[in-house]
Design a protein. Structure first.
Length: 285
């Protein structure tokens, strides 16, 4: 297996935890300021506070982009940008895609290569006009510890750091990771069920993505829906009913229950589609 450069997971998480240890602290404000200052200051900060540990970097092949992202396409990659992201990562062993340290090194390399600017990392995923510069200035000039902490957490999440929300951040809360996993599942499932790659990708759109993937990659019973036959049935159903999952999140909870009670993971995707249709009908009735 090819080895790729990444940040040591423990050191990477500790870096994030240290930044989050004191909400609204001078350390957080300094971190936000170097991010606002630009590439040179931001990379110098990382050299002094992360890569000063000689064990921080795991050696291997460097993964890099030959594409300069706008802030908007970094936050919400359109389909052509998603294709660029997939082209970079599709041949890399999938186990790397669950490593926060791998993604963290990618983001830092993108900054080094001028593919993105550090302030992009602070942009608000949910805000229409809340650019990274706006969010940074708003936090730096605030006396609100929560606002400063929130901005710090946003940057760490945008770098794939696990400290704010755990290791599953790479599936749910991280721009490049989300783009990769959508395409990964679209490729896989279009070979398993009677939907094209484009149809699966459209079904896994931004609107329903968060609830869908949080369910797939959380622990416990909900992760059952990542099994091929269950996921296939859900995709077949949602392809015809794209608004249902967003409107009624109870469907996934009931699917999880049926997984344990009725072993629907051994049923065909087509039969599971019918099961899910019955669930939806009962919930709306």
């Amino acid at each position: 297996m090819t080895e790729y450069k990444q940040i040591n997971e423990s050191i990477w998480r500790t870096f994030g935890k240290n930044l989050l240890s004191n909400k609204g602290s001078d350390e957080q404000i300094n971190f936000l300021q170097v991010c606002r200052n630009g590439k040179e200051d931001f990379l110098n900060y990382l050299e002094e506070n992360l890569f000063n540990n000689e064990e921080a970097t795991i050696k291997g092949k460097t993964v890099s982009f030959d594409h300069k992202f706008t802030e908007a396409e970094f936050r919400f990659p359109p389909i052509d940008t998603q294709a660029i992201i997939w082209e970079v990562f599709e041949k890399i062993e999938r186990e790397y895609m669950g490593h926060c340290g791998f993604w963290g090194y990618i983001i830092i390399q993108m900054i080094k290569d001028d593919c993105i600017k550090p302030d992009y990392l602070a942009s608000n995923l949910n805000g229409v006009n809340e650019t990274g510069v706006y969010m940074l200035d708003n936090a730096i000039n605030s006396n609100d510890g929560k606002k400063i902490d929130d901005c710090t957490r946003r940057i760490l999440r945008s770098m794939g750091n696990s400290a704010p929300r755990g290791k599953r951040i790479v599936f749910n809360d991280f721009y490049l990771g989300k783009a990769y996993w959508r395409w990964n599942w679209a490729n896989k499932m279009s070979r398993e069920i009677n939907l094209s790659f484009k149809e699966v990708l459209n079904t896994l759109d931004e609107k329903g993505y968060t609830e869908f993937y949080q369910a797939m990659h959380t622990g416990g019973g909900k992760s059952y829906i990542s099994q091929t036959n269950i996921l296939g049935g859900l995709l077949l159903f949602l392809n015809k009913n794209p608004e249902i999952l967003v409107k009624n999140k109870k469907i996934i909870d009931i699917i999880s229950y049926l997984s344990a009670w009725k072993a629907i993971e051994v049923q065909s995707p087509e039969l599971n589609k019918q099961e899910i249709q019955i669930i939806a009908n009962n919930l709306s009735g």
